[in-house]
Design a protein around this ligand. Sequence first.
Ligand code: UDP
Ligand code: MG
Length: 140
Amino acid sequence: MDQTLTIIKPDSMEAKNAGNILAHLEGEGFQIQALKRMRLSQAQAQSFYEVHRERPFYDSLVAYMTSGPIIAVALAREDAVAHLRKVMGATDPANAEAGTIRALYGTSIERNAIHGSDSPENAHKESLFFFSQAELIAAG
Ligand code: UDP
Ligand code: MG
């Protein structure tokens, strides 16, 4: 099965939507392979979003992602990356299709409820950012 990586972002944690989001993902056939609650340091958030360093929203994004705890989740499913992007919805919740996680729980283009890896290569890289190889080996 393919793997992908989601992050339940600080806005979702603050609004107590983490349980609903995990249930939504399980309902879409994703298996939770590894899960970790943590608060990102500034250096960790900067590193995770390194690809966006030159974008105008980078500093605000890092401040938001370090503003409270997150839950990182490694997910397994057939066609995991593409399916998560589909059930996650567009970056801006205002443009996200009805019923997607961002349409349901996101409140702005920044505070958009969850992260989802954008390619299998990045899914692998991002999963190893949070979890060890051993933690990512499918159990059961
Ligand atoms: N973001 C933002 N303003 C923008 C675009 C993105 O604050 O104009 C934030 C938002 O939280 C988004 C993250 O930066 O989820 C990463 O942006 P990306 O373009 O990779 O969007 P995603 O892959 O999350 O849909
Ligand atoms: Mg992205």
